[in-house]
Design a protein around this ligand. Structure first.
Ligand SMILES: Nc1nc2c(ncn2[C@@H]2O[C@H](COP(=O)(O)OP(=O)(O)OP(=O)(O)O)[C@@H](O)[C@H]2O)c(=O)[nH]1
Ligand SMILES: [Zn+2]
Length: 302
């Protein structure tokens, strides 16, 4: 079939791939993928289109298209740069590297804060004889509302109509899992890396692949975590169970540390809130406060 279109026709779609300065946009109505570039005005405005963005673009016969504007984002990640994400598979290994509740809570706080649903995948359980610790962890976190997976077939069922990213510490098994879920995807990524002469995770190529009725990112997300939580109320909101109990605190701005008539602390004492979760909340709170102090110092100096 021959494609034809009028000069400067304006179209709308989602950016599925970014590579060497080009954006590949899938048009919402005709389902075709168009190669486009971003005009200089994006650089001036300080925004750059990223994969996952919904964009208005123009196409002209015999030339490449141009991104005209992007829709406001629901959320986005910086590493890898992807916008409008629905959910993230957080890969946590039982061993090698060792499982850490602190790291899990960091991922959950970051994702919950951005409105991205976490799906926790436990890898390397086959290397353990005794699974009782992980059964307890699963039961505890399921009570808070988080979903666990140990079988990749079950993860696949969560994909339809969603944009999914993968994340986890180095060595937990992200590539192994992605290879099982979408072997064709890892092959395509390797080919591009080879052509660009760069390593697999060092390419600036980001792509969303259509897998089982959804879109999934080929580039695993941050192994180091730098969440952008501004203050205590935001942190409070990123711990669903602490947030739920905090409605009973006497003070609306209660930090659940020293205030009288706090409803969170008794819930920790009675075991309704996991003490490890409360400890991580306190730790993250200290980190946020530390960051704000540094910021104040910097501002004063200037
Ligand atoms: N026994 C066992 N080994 C696994 C499992 N998943 C991954 N591995 C092994 O763990 C090692 C690391 O796995 P990768 O998939 O490369 O880990 P990754 O998270 O992609 O690591 P980076 O690329 O460094 O971010 C490899 O030797 C895998 O074979 C699992 O479920 N069970
Ligand atoms: Zn409180």
């Amino acid at each position: 079939m021959e494609l034809w279109y009028n000069d400067n026709m304006v179209k709308f779609g989602r950016i599925l791939k970014s590579l060497s300065g080009f954006y590949y946009i899938k048009d919402k109505s005709d389902g075709q993928v168009y190669q486009t570039r971003a005009r200089g005005n994006f650089r001036q405005k300080g925004t750059k289109p990223i994969v996952g963005d919904f964009a208005e673009f123009s196409i002209a016969e015999q030339s490449e298209g141009y991104v005209l504007s992007i829709k406001a984002r629901d959320n986005f990640l910086v590493r890898p740069p992807i916008a409008n994400i629905n959910q993230a598979v957080v890969v946590m290994s039982a061993i090698e590297p060792n499982f850490s509740l602190n790291l899990l809570d960091r991922f959950l706080v970051l994702l919950t804060n951005k409105g991205i649903k976490p799906l926790i995948y436990l890898s390397k359980l086959d290397l353990l004889d005794d699974l009782s610790y992980f059964e307890t962890v699963q039961a505890d976190y399921q009570k808070i509302g988080y979903q666990f997976f140990t079988d990749w077939h079950e993860i696949l069922k969560e994909f339809p109509d969603k944009v999914t990213v993968f994340m986890g510490q180095t060595g937990v098994g992200k590539s192994t899992l992605l290879n099982k879920i979408a072997p064709e995807m890892s092959l395509a990524t390797q080919e591009i890396s080879y052509k660009l002469g760069r390593g697999r995770h060092t390419t600036r190529h980001v792509e969303l692949f259509e897998i089982n009725g959804g879109l999934i990112a080929d580039t695993p997300g941050f192994s180091s975590l730098d969440y952008e939580i501004a203050d205590q109320p935001e942190l409070n909101g990123a711990f669903p169970e602490i947030s739920a109990y905090s409605f009973g605190c006497k003070f609306r701005e209660c930090t659940h540390t020293h205030e009288p008539k706090c409803a969170v602390k008794p819930a920790v004492a009675s075991g309704n809130i996991l003490s490890s979760r409360y400890d991580n909340y306190l730790l993250f709170l200290t980190e946020i406060q530390g960051k704000r102090e540094t910021y104040k110092k910097v501002v004063k100096k200037c």
